[in-house]
Write a protein that binds this ligand. Structure first.
Ligand code: C2E
Ligand code: MG
Ligand code: MG
Length: 730
């Protein structure tokens, strides 16, 4: 029986008992000073029954009754149950108002104010109070008062009940605390709960559930809620409900929905059936927001298997996918091709314009390639500027070449960056899976070797794997290996080639060119080993040696009275970037007592394109010390010539390829003429390299070239012969 029901029962009984003339019978049940009066037997019996019921009800509900009679200045009476509830000693209370002494001051005030209110308004009144019981415990009591007035309207009697609500209060507080705790825990763990009635499909959500779904706290139907979810999630959720309703075990699902803001949210959902007596059957669904975990997992997956810059599979995933594809091709009795792509000129752009530009260039190049591949092809970024394509549906080997050609052509248009157009090419190596190349690594080695063959074949082209290609890759590795320690082993030497003035009355200048002879490899030309030395870092040590030796030799020749204007040394872009390079150049000159203004540094265009503070400082030192700079192989690098204004360049060296062509091609002759004019307009001198014939010399002279260098005048010579050549000119 709940509290409300007990109250109405009591009210009914008390009401009846309080109705005159039964009131004196009620008083019979009370212990007090007022005594009892005689009534009819039948009524007494009925009263007995009611009294018994009342006692029972009071005991069951933890209630006690009291009555106040306005006779003789007011007299209180208390039932046994009252004493039981309050733990007061039976008959311990005085009948007059002194009984209130058992109450504390607060309690007294509450009772008096209730009393006045009942007197004033003549209505029933209920209030709660606390009472310190004899055993020291504080009881929470609910007091109910019902006034009875005589026909004149004056207060005749007040009938009351007290109810010990301490336990119930504690329970309420506990429930409140637990609910609050649960709310806090669920908010902390982002756990929302929802109940769905199996029959009516009506649904109830907790606050956290609304929060997870990004919704305001408004009634929401199951269908409305489902409509937020992706179709897959809706399907799997409904299927789970069906299974569970049919007696299946609780299920855990991961579902995905989109908030109104468009944000994607992943929830882990636990569904079970709650069959509780007295309540309709319900699904209880717990939601946990696992978006962050999911995203973290997705990110880990992404990091492990994808290249973050281009979004392409990385080499790990490529290997997995390629092995699968190879297996599958073997089963079909088919073949496949691997294309190893390396961008040409990428390194120079990266060094020149910085990594941000390099990155966007890589992305743009990857996008171009992607457009030219089919969905069946695997496409991955292997490393740096290397990409790999696996052609799965290869009907004949030539098709791989066609794809390679398409990929190379896709880079024909420059990849733009702001207003400067940047261009890279691609060298592609192709290897086909066959009996000798059945596993991924062998295929990869073959494609890599073929790519190097494509590079040597002039770049921006493709090559199929051949024994030759493999031999070249092996040679590269061999050279790289042999370069280590070559300076210390004194394997390098210098040869010298003169640069002759157009005005033959002036003394020539001399360019130092490095030579390398390794005991096993033999003689190896700079065109082959310099790029390798640049890649493996050996170039710094080699460059330093060249500079030192050239200055030393120049000073010796000068001492010997040989006439020449300056000595020129080739400098790699890698050397320029080394800290303290300019200072070391000046120190070298001092060491050999060679005037810095007679040491020319030949730099390639790519070394000059980059405009960094370090580079400016470096050139400032050269300028202060009067070290002249020449741009070597001019015309083969970038089309952007801003650097000519930025850096103190004194000389342009027209690349050999223009000189070789100029007699056969009018367009090329115009280019050399334009270079001469450009140089002169900028106050520079212009040198032509690779002059082999008298016709070339004549044409260059006619175009106004200041100096010439080439086999026509002299091949590069060892020191002794160079000295003789110089002597012979005097
Ligand atoms: P470079 O600085 O443009 O040097 C000119 C190259 O052209 C030299 O090749 C020279 O032998 C060659 N040559 C000169 N006249 C003629 C000619 O009339 N016809 C033809 N066909 N060739 C001619 P080499 O010595 O093999 O050097 C190749 C490149 O290696 C050089 O080109 C330079 O870029 C680089 N190099 C040489 N020595 C060094 C060095 O000490 N340090 C650095 N960083 N690079 C060097
Ligand atoms: Mg040079
Ligand atoms: Mg050159």
């Amino acid at each position: 029986m709940d509290q409300g029901a007990i109250f109405s029962l009591l009210k009914h009984h008390l009401g009846t008992a309080a109705d005159l003339p039964h009131v004196d019978r009620v008083a019979v049940g009370m212990t007090g000073a007022c005594g009892s009066s005689q009534r009819q037997r039948a009524l007494e019996t009925e009263l007995e029954i009611q009294r018994a019921q009342l006692k029972q009800a009071q005991r069951a509900a933890g209630m006690g009754g009291w009555v106040w009679e306005n006779e003789a200045g007011g007299c209180m009476r208390w039932s046994d149950a009252f004493y039981a509830v309050t733990t007061l000693q039976a008959d311990s209370l005085p009948a007059d108002r002194r009984w209130m002494r058992v109450l504390g001051r607060g309690g007294r005030r509450q009772v008096l104010s209730a009393w006045r209110r009942v007197q004033r308004e003549g209505n029933e009144y209920t209030f709660d109070m606390s009472h310190r019981a004899g055993d020291g415990l504080t009881l929470q009591l609910r007091v109910w008062m019902q006034p009875h007035l005589d026909p004149n309207g004056s207060l005749q009697r007040v009938i009351g009940q007290i109810h010990n609500v301490s336990a119930q209060r504690q329970t309420d507080a506990l429930i409140r605390w637990r609910t609050e705790l649960l709310n806090r825990v669920s908010a902390l763990g982002r756990i929302g709960a929802c109940e769905i009635e199996v029959g009516s499909r009506s649904m109830l959500w907790t606050e956290e559930c609304y929060r997870i779904h990004g919704l305001r706290k408004e009634q929401i139907s199951l269908d409305q809620a489902l409509s937020l979810y992706t179709q897959d999630s809706q399907d799997s959720f409904c299927a789970a409900l069906d299974r569970i309703a049919a007696g299946g075990l609780p299920e855990q699902l991961e579902l995905c929905f989109y908030r109104h803001s468009g944000q994607r949210v992943w929830v882990q959902v636990l569904v079970e059936l709650d069959q509780r007596e007295g309540l309709p059957e319900r699904f209880v669904v717990l939601f946990r927001d696992i978006t962050r975990e999911r995203e973290a997992n997705e990110r880990i997956e992404l990091l492990a298997h994808y290249d973050l810059l281009t979004g392409l599979p990385n080499r790990m995933l490529l290997r997995e996918q390629a092995i699968e594809a190879m297996e599958e091709a073997r089963k079909r009795g088919a073949t496949l091709a691997m294309l190893f792509i390396d961008l040409d000129g990428f390194k120079a752009i990266n060094d020149t314009f910085g990594h941000a530009t390099g990155d966007s260039l890589l992305k743009a190049a990857a996008a171009r390639f992607h457009q030219n591949l089919s969905n069946a092809d695997l496409f991955a970024r292997f490393s740096g500027d290397e990409f790999i394509v696996i052609l799965r549906n290869l009907s004949q080997p030539e098709d791989a070449g066609l794809v390679a050609r398409k990929l190379i052509a896709s880079l024909a248009e420059p990849l733009y960056r702001g207003d400067s157009a940047l261009k890279v090419g691609a060298s592609v190596g192709i290897a086909l899976m066959d009996e000798t190349r059945q596993d991924f690594d062998t295929l990869l080695r073959a494609a890599d070797a073929a790519m190097y063959a494509a590079k040597s074949a002039g770049r921006n082209t493709y090559q199929y794997y051949s024994q030759d290609a493999l031999a070249r890759t092996q040679r590269r590795l061999e050279v790289e290996h042999a370069l280590h320690g070559a300076v210390d082993r004194e394997e390098f030497s210098l040869v010298y080639q003169p640069l002759v003035h157009a005005d033959s009355s002036q003394p020539p200048s001399i360019e130092a060119l490095v030579r390398w002879e390794h005991p096993r490899i033999g003689v190896c030309g700079p065109a082959e080993f310099i790029p390798i030395a640049e890649k493996c870092g050996e170039i710094n040590q080699i460059g330093e040696w060249v500079l030192d030796e050239a200055c030393r030799q120049a000073a010796v020749w000068r001492q010997a009275g040989l006439a020449f204007e300056r000595i020129a040394v080739n400098i790699s872009a890698v050397q320029l970037r080394e800290r303290g390079f300019a200072e070391r150049v000046i120190q070298t000159c001092r060491r050999h007592n060679w005037p810095p203004h007679q040491l020319e540094l030949e730099l390639t265009e790519s070394a000059l394109i980059r405009d960094t503070d370090a580079l400016r400082q470096c050139f400032e030192i050269f300028e202060t010390n009067g070290v002249p700079l020449a741009v070597d192989d001019f015309g083969t690098g970038f089309s952007n010539l801003h650097y000519l204004n930025r850096f103190p360049v004194q000389r342009l060296k027209i690349d050999r390829s223009f000189v070789q062509e100029m007699l056969h091609d009018a367009g090329t002759a115009e280019v050399t003429q334009a270079i001469v004019q450009l140089g002169h307009a900028l106050g520079m001198q212009v040198v032509a390299e690779g002059v082999e014939t008298v016709q070339e010399e004549l044409m260059l002279r006619a175009q106004g070239c200041d100096e010439m260098q080439g086999y026509l005048f002299s091949r590069p010579l060892p020191p002794r012969q160079m000295a003789q050549w110089l002597k012979a000119r005097v």
